[in-house]
Ligand binder design. Structure first.
Ligand SMILES: Nc1nc2c(ncn2[C@@H]2O[C@H](COP(=O)(O)OP(=O)(O)O)[C@@H](O)[C@H]2O)c(=O)[nH]1
Ligand SMILES: [Mg+2]
Length: 126
């Protein structure tokens, strides 16, 4: 499993408290490991993961950074929902299951559709 992180724009900073708030969108095919990664960020340990329906949202705090992590379902019928979150996302993580080479063409097509979308044109792939 690996991820490609792409910053869509600089995260907004609250000048009085110097806190950074940002939405992070987690995308990828179904079963690529998105929810497992989010659980790791949440330090939720090895809890059992169940298929994500639509999306789920988690709050993650790193020091002064408050992230809202939006874990999208990768099922084909839910992929059209991804674009609804592009505008508000400051970063986008695309998860690929490196242990499943057969899924690569489909993953590549999904990622190409993401980067071709007009709302992601200002993104800088990392
Ligand atoms: N071996 C292994 N299994 C993983 C890894 N990441 C996720 N999984 C398993 O892959 C399955 C799908 O993971 P999940 O996080 O639900 O994928 P999602 O559909 O992208 O959210 C689950 O059974 C996970 O336990 C990993 O890095 N290594
Ligand atoms: Mg999931």
């Amino acid at each position: 499993m690996f991820s490609v992180l792409s910053l869509l724009s600089s995260p907004p900073v609250c000048l009085s408290c110097k806190q950074v708030k940002a939405n992070v969108l987690v995308l990828g095919l179904a079963n690529s490991g998105k929810t497992t990664l989010v659980n790791c960020l949440m330090e939720a340990g090895d809890q059992e993961v169940v298929p994500t329906v639509g999306f789920s949202m988690e709050k993650v705090h790193f020091d002064r950074c408050k992230l809202t992590v939006i874990d999208m379902s990768g099922q084909e019928k839910y992929q059209p929902l991804w674009e609804m979150h592009y505008t508000d996302a400051k970063a986008l993580v695309f998860i690929v299951d490196a242990a499943n080479p057969a899924s690569m063409p489909q993953a590549a097509a999904a990622l190409e559709a993401v980067v071709a979308h007009q709302e992601t044109q200002s993104a800088e792939p990392l």
